[in-house]
Design a protein around this ligand. Structure first.
Ligand code: HEM
Ligand SMILES: *[C@@H]1O[C@H](CO)[C@@H](O)[C@H](O)[C@H]1NC(C)=O
Ligand SMILES: *[C@@H]1O[C@H](CO)[C@@H](O)[C@H](O)[C@H]1NC(C)=O
Length: 507
């Protein structure tokens, strides 16, 4: 026995010594990414380049496109490190020589064997590009002015903004993703030692997938990252109900980019809208308990869960209420070929009129506000984002739960990628989420999005009237006298193609 164990161990040692030449960096055995059943799977690196969706290849260079853009909300840990540039000349030279080799591309993230220990991405605000002397017109005025200038239009109270985001102080952000915080910290220390005094830390936000069976769920408890657009030239298997969108809606200069005057060096880059969105979880839970519905065939807990699900449009598991209107269905939730396969219309139900009937899903539900499927006719609306955020902050404590009061900062480090902020995040927030009239043309106003909708200029306790939430009486108005999400600020960034890091940005 002993001898054979011994020889097996020797054999393994010899084998691994042979298989791993000294110069090669240690490779991963576990992924940087989570992969809940409810979320779409990522393509493999090979198929990503030869996607059957776009046999001629949409021209996407996945080795040059930064890794965070197309993969969605899948990171285990992610640190956002916001910095200012103090010494542009030193920064540019280090960026080209020492930082660029650390920046992770899309293909690298698509298989565990090519993932680095810590994935690194970098993005610049307009102030940051200006500091580098790069004043080329990228074709996005919201980016030029920065998010603080957009705050009031977005409905934010700037008094709620963290001071570091107020103004145009942030020049750039490093996004560091890994499976452990230690890895992330190590890589940050590495970057800081490379860049030295050429940058100054402005702020950091530490994100993590929630623990245990909450992995992939945001802090209110709902599975996130389910409905992401499929991207021509990238997505391998377009899932039923997934919107199939031209890559140019997300990547500058790619097929379908409506703006045709981008500088050539910016092709393959994307605008990153970052928002620190604080979530009042115990307060949300209390509101849901206090407003439990009264559907006769459901018990108290089911009526409570139904109220929450009708604010979002999905159950906590991720199952869509449009397909499972009264009770959660975890099997449906975990089947990504079915959990996004709905339009809010039910042509098979005699007499069902999607324009008036919100028995299954309220017009005001978060997912209907942000992707009004049949409500706008065809999918082709030009207003899509790739959501790539991650929860930040600890789990709710017993004390917070018992007092129905948040004492600790937690929420969503929201990230949206798009080639036009004007048509992407900004449009969605202003024209759909914050518009009480949307979905348009209803006799009872749907109201703002109950989760993230704001009535511009109003105090946080100004009631927000929403309808459709009670399936027994969709005209019933709920006056939300509390906001569950508080926008703490953010910035608009440009995530350049990797080739620009020792190209235009270093010149
Ligand atoms: C704390 C803030 C937020 C929370 C807790 C939240 C939560 C959720 C949840 C639970 C889903 C359903 C799962 C999924 O399909 O991925 C969802 C979907 C979505 N959210 Fe949010 N969200 C937040 C902020 C935002 C913001 C600011 C926007 C854009 C303005 C947004 C846009 C979307 C979109 C586009 C979808 C997919 C809709 C669909 O295609 O069905 N979300 N969100
Ligand atoms: C809405 O559709 C449901 C079936 O999904 C039906 O039971 C209900 O009567 C309809 N409501 C209205 C107001 O037409
Ligand atoms: C918390 O909210 C629940 C639901 O409304 C209520 O039953 C409980 O008494 C509240 N706790 C405190 C300390 O207010």
């Amino acid at each position: 026995m002993k001898l054979s164990y011994f020889s097996i161990i020797i054999g393994l040692v010899v084998q691994s010594a042979l298989a791993v030449p000294k110069q090669v960096k240690p490779r991963r055995t576990s992924s940087i990414l989570i992969n809940p059943d409810a979320q779409p799977d990522l393509p493999s690196p090979q198929t990503a380049r030869l996607s059957p969706v776009s046999p001629a290849n949409a021209g996407l260079n996945l080795d040059d496109i930064q890794g965070d853009i197309l993969i969605g909300m899948k990171k285990k840990k992610e640190l956002f490190f916001f910095f200012g540039i103090k010494d542009a000349a030193t920064f540019k030279s280090k960026l080209a020589s020492d930082i660029k080799p650390l920046v992770t591309n899309t293909n690298q993230l698509l298989s565990i064997s090519t993932q680095p220990i810590t994935a690194l991405n970098i993005a610049f605000s307009h102030a940051g590009l200006t500091a580098l002397g790069v004043t080329d017109d990228l074709g996005e005025s919201l980016f030029e002015h920065g998010q603080f200038a957009d705050a009031e239009a977005l409905g934010d109270l700037t008094s709620n903004w963290d001071p570091e985001f107020a103004g145009t102080n942030v020049d750039g952000v490093f996004l560091l993703a890994s499976d452990t915080e230690q890895n992330v910290e190590d890589e940050l220390a590495n970057i800081q030692s490379i860049l030295g005094d050429s940058i100054i830390e402005i702020k950091r936000i530490s994100g993590a997938a929630r623990p245990g069976d909450q992995e992939g769920h945001e802090h209110f408890g709902y599975m996130d990252g389910i409905s992401q657009p499929a991207i021509q030239g990238f997505t391998q298997n377009v899932l039923p109900g997934q919107a199939l969108i031209a890559p140019g809606e997300f990547l500058l200069g790619a097929a379908g980019d409506a703006t045709t005057t981008r500088p050539s060096w910016a092709a393959g880059g994307s605008f990153l809208a970052f928002r620190k969105m604080q979530q009042k979880v115990p307060e949300f839970n209390k509101y849901v308990v206090d407003h439990a519905l009264a559907v006769p065939e459901l018990n108290q807990q089911e009526n409570t869960d139904l109220f929450g699900a009708r604010l979002i449009g999905r159950w906590k598991s991720g199952a869509p209420i449009d397909l499972s209107p009264l009770r959660d269905d975890p099997v449906l939730a975990d089947d990504n070929t079915r959990n996004n396969d709905f339009t809010f219309d039910h042509p098979d139900v005699p007499g069902f009129d999607f324009a008036t009937n919100q028995t299954n899903c309220p017009f005001s539900a978060h997912i209907r506000k942000t992707r009004p499927r049949v409500d706008l006719g065809s999918e082709n609306t030009g207003h899509h984002i790739i959501r790539a955020g991650i929860p930040y902050g600890p789990e709710v404590t017993d004390a917070e739960h018992a007092s129905n009061t948040s004492n600790i900062d937690r929420g969503l480090a929201f990230v949206a990628y798009q080639s036009s902020i004007t048509n992407g995040f900004h449009f969605m927030q202003i024209r759909w989420v914050n518009s009480a009239n949307f979905i348009f043309g209803k006799p009872t106003l749907p109201g703002v999005d109950p989760i993230i909708g704001r009535v511009e200029g109003t105090a946080m306790d100004t009631p927000r009237d929403i309808s459709g939430t009670n399936p027994l009486d969709p005209t019933q108005i709920f006056s939300l006298d509390i906001e569950f999400v508080i926008n703490r600020g953010g910035e608009y960034f440009f995530s350049p193609p990797i080739s620009a890091l020792d190209g235009r940005l270093a010149a």
